[in-house]
Ligand binder design. Structure first.
Ligand code: ATP
Length: 315
């Protein structure tokens, strides 16, 4: 299998702030690689270096067989980049935006026209093709942005937090589009703050924390290192709380909020077994919340500390 993206010893600082502290990356062609990390971890900086937008202070990067330091133009010919801030010109229609991209790539007129038509169809934007992008919803705008990334026929695409700010439906649409690209053999380098997104799409995930890669592996390998989910049970009074704590054994108890936290994977079977045990002892619960592992759990498990966002909400 050939390497689409290879980086060694990547470093980048802004003044005294070390953003990337020597990272290595290896992305095989035709795979999806996800860089997972909280706000400010250095994900965008990594994408900017790999896609030739900024230069690293140290390290080597080869994309599509070309060195970004010595042959950035050759790298630009094989990549597409969608950043967090849309490249869409809102005054133009969706179709005009796509054609403009084709002109920037200096593609032949016919290819521009046919390419725009095909992309509008593929991204479900035919009806909106002649409307100004300013009238598009967030999901449509993101789809147009992704379509524009594909105009030059890139073999490697960088997607920097492609679903941040989208509703669940639009997020799933973008996931489907990404799966389609992979099926066509495109290599995808994806940054995300969502564990679920990396889990859904990536062949391999690297977790970035304070400029270093603290864990790397397949989604299954990483999840094995994360504690499972838990369920929080809320009771009406202390007597019920105490009885439930005694019956369930391995629960942690909070007297003030009358809650018990019990390890549980949240599956139907596990939840039913838990509730059956309470029913058998005639204990009712006021409410029940299921907590599945998220980015904070990953970080806590892998680094021993929570994400900056979590720290801010806790303090
Ligand atoms: N041009 C710059 N000048 C100074 N500091 C910068 C610059 N670009 C990024 N930084 C700093 O580098 C760190 C990492 O930023 P980066 O945008 O790469 O993180 P990120 O993981 O992409 O976060 P986010 O999810 O918020 O986009 C931050 O502390 C940021 O303030």
């Amino acid at each position: 299998m050939t390497t689409a993206i290879g980086a060694t010893g990547l470093r980048k600082s802004y003044g005294d702030t070390v953003v990337l502290d020597g990272i290595d990356l290896h992305v095989p062609s035709g795979s999806v690689f996800s860089l997972l990390g909280p706000n400010g971890a250095g994900k965008t900086t990594a994408v900017q270096i790999l896609s030739t937008l900024i230069t690293a202070d140290a390290g080597t990067v080869v994309v599509g067989g070309h060195d970004v330091a010595t042959d950035p133009d050759a790298v630009r010919e094989v990549i597409g980049v969608t950043g967090q801030f849309s490249a869409v010109d809102k005054l133009l229609t969706g179709e005009e935006n796509l054609r403009l991209m084709g002109e920037l790539y200096r593609l032949p007129k016919r290819r521009i026209r046919d390419g725009a038509t095909a992309l509008l169809e593929r991204f479900d934007l035919v009806k909106a093709a002649k409307k100004p992008a300013a009238t598009y919803s967030g999901g449509m705008m993101r789809r147009l942005d992704l379509a524009m990334t594909l105009v030059g026929g890139p073999r490697v695409i960088f997607l920097d937090e492609p679903t941040t700010g989208l509703d669940p439906r639009s997020r799933h649409d973008v996931w489907e589009i990404i799966r389609g690209l992979v099926a066509d053999g495109v290599t995808v380098f994806l940054t995300t703050q969502y564990l679920e997104e990396a889990d859904q799409l990536a062949d391999r995930i690297a977790v970035l924390d304070q400029g270093r890669i603290v864990a790397e592996g397949t989604p299954t390998e990483l999840k094995r290192r994360i504690p499972g989910g838990h369920v929080q049970l809320h009771f009406a009074d202390v007597r019920e709380l105490d009885t439930a704590a005694r019956i369930l054994g391995n629960a942690s108890r909070d007297q003030e909020s009358l809650t018990l936290t019990v390890p549980n994977d949240g599956s139907r079977r596990a939840l039913k077994a838990l509730l059956d045990r309470l029913d058998d002892a005639s204990i009712g619960t006021d409410s029940l919340t299921v907590h599945t592992p998220d980015l904070d759990d990953v970080f806590f498990a892998l680094t021993g500390h929570t994400t900056e966002a979590e720290k801010a909400t806790l303090s």
